[in-house]
Design a protein around this ligand. Structure first.
Ligand code: HEC
Ligand SMILES: [Cu+2]
Length: 484
């Protein structure tokens, strides 16, 4: 063999080797079925609104998922309870985070105290029933099956035991995320949110333990439409949080059983949306449609502080049925991006005097007289304020609740001193007071109302339920306010 020939062989085999390598890499990307798995790990499972740690660049592995089905009573809303059927004890069920090419070894256990058989259909599974056929378990039984994740995306899982609609309506759904090779791009905060519609024998708000209503479910006439299984799961102290400047990613699913979600965050625009949880990314989206049994991954950067309200923009569901959550963003204001109220005045199209409110530094830019509304108008507007703000505690006829909320009807305390009463509404009240001979020692929080609203509501109260008919003017409210 001469040198040239030897060199030729070496070069050709080098070329072949590098070609081969290239081909292998290509195959790895186009055919996830061929991804080699190395080692075994236990899956981290989380309950909402939290998600497990990102997969990052870990290699494909055998991922062990142990999920327990628990039927248990929980709270739907204030004073309303419901028996939920859950995957892992929460609604939605535990979040599963895996990567493309993993072999998920799934063990489903049905707690012996449960009453019914269940199973699981994971939309991330390629196989009959999405696993349902291999996971049907009676109470006190468990079954294991495995599947390889072939498609990246965010997938719903749910119970598929007959009557399927009833199992889903009782809360049997959750999300499984299959991350692409190398993981999703990193963000600062990630949360897990799932919408669901609920059907109860009693109407929305009717107290006590509520049973599932099959007829309403068939008619798709939901009593509750909520995020994360109940009214208020994401509001107040339960709100999700972020800091100004951070990127936030929401894994949003819709368990249904019936309704499509028009998912929207008031005051934010989604920078990226993985439409329907798949690989297509839409940019600059206001509201994204999430079908029952579907999902979406949305992310956005939070630029200004405040409370951002998460809603189903089919808006009666948000304000009347519970589909409302909160993202609280803290940090420094950025007046260039969002100014807040710059100027406020009363608008009189007929050309009446315009009242100018104090500017940012508290200086009055102009002092103009307020045009007082007619008594009839004040009664009308005041009633509205009362029904929105005071009613919950002082009750519809101002009768209060003994031992907790003092009466406003025929209240000697109210009628004795109008300025003191205005002060209570403006500043709140704590400490012992005696109303109509009964002692109250509780807390009324400061009410955030405008001066006009305070005048309206106080006039309404004074001119209702046997009180002394004082007409409370905006000027009087101002006087009390400025004393503080
Ligand atoms: C969260 C419950 C709550 C709400 C809402 C509320 N109050 Fe009260 N209010 C109270 C409590 C409690 C007291 C008694 C405080 C104390 O014990 O010191 C009180 C006391 C008062 C009093 C003096 C006592 C009396 O009976 O005359 C007035 C007047 C009053 N509230 C008016 C209002 C008005 C007007 C609104 C709506 C703008 C309102 N309150 C909203 C709980 C509430
Ligand atoms: Cu079930």
């Amino acid at each position: 063999m001469n040198i040239l020939k030897t060199l030729g062989i070496i070069i050709t085999s080098l070329l072949l080797i590098s070609c081969n390598k290239n081909e292998k890499n290509e195959i790895a990307i186009v055919d996830p079925a061929e991804i080699y798995i190395k080692g075994t790990i236990d899956a981290e499972l989380t309950s909402p609104p939290f998600v497990p740690a990102p997969v990052g660049n870990r290699v494909a592995k055998k991922l062990l998922v142990n999920m327990e089905i628990i039927e248990k009573e929980g709270t739907m809303s204030d004073g309303v309870t419901y028996v939920y059927w859950t995957f892992g004890g929460s609604v939605p069920g535990s979040f599963i985070r895996t990567r493309i090419g993993d072999v998920v070894e799934f063990t489903l256990s049905n707690h012996p105290d449960n009453k019914l058989p269940h199973n699981i259909d994971l939309h991330a599974v390629t196989g009959p029933g999405g696993g349902a056929e291999s996971s049907f378990v009676a109470p006190g039984q468990q079954k294991t099956f495995s599947f390889k994740t072939l498609n990246p995306g965010l997938y719903v899982y749910h119970c598929a035991t007959a009557p399927v609609g009833m199992h889903i309506a009782n809360g049997m759904y959750g999300l499984i995320l299959v991350e692409p090779e190398g993981g999703l791009p990193p963000v600062d905060k990630e949360y897990y949110i799932m919408q669901g519609d609920f059907y109860t024998k009693g109407a929305n708000g009717e107290r006590g333990l509520q049973a599932f209503d099959m007829n309403k479910a068939i008619k798709e006439d939901a009593d509750y439409v909520v995020f994360n299984g109940k009214v208020g799961a994401l509001t107040g102290d339960n709100a999700i949080t972020a800091n100004v400047g951070e990127t936030v990613r929401l894994f949003v699913g819709n368990g249904g059983p019936n309704l499509t979600s028009s998912f929207h965050v008031i005051g934010e625009i989604f920078d990226n949306v993985h439409i329907e949880g798949g690989s297509t990314i839409s940019k600059n989206i206001q509201t994204t449609s999430i079908p029952a049994g579907g999902a979406a991954i949305v992310d956005f950067k939070v630029d200004v502080p405040g409370t951002f309200i998460l809603v189903d923009h089919a808006i009666f569901r948000a304000f009347n049925k519970g589909a409302l959550g909160m993202l609280k963003v803290s940090g420094k204001e950025n007046k260039t991006l969002y100014s807040g109220v710059k100027q406020e005045g009363i608008y009189h199209p007929e050309g009446s005097t315009i009242q100018t409110m104090p500017d940012e530094n508290g200086k009055k830019t102009a002092e103009v007289k307020v045009v007082e509304k007619s008594l009839t108008q004040k009664m009308k507007d005041g009633k509205q304020v009362y029904m929105n703000t005071c009613f919950a505690c002082h009750q519809s006829e101002g009768q209060g609740i003994e031992g907790a909320f003092p009466p406003l009807a025929k209240s000697d305390y109210l009628n004795a001193d109008v300025k003191r009463s205005i002060g209570i509404v403006l500043n709140g009240k704590t400490g012992e007071i005696t109303v109509n001979g009964k002692k109250y020692n509780s807390v009324m929080t400061k009410q955030t109302l405008t001066e006009v609203e305070v005048a309206d509501v106080m006039t309404y109260i004074y001119n209702s339920w046997g009180n002394n008919k004082t007409n409370v003017t905006v000027d009087l409210v101002k006087q009390v306010k400025n004393k503080n």
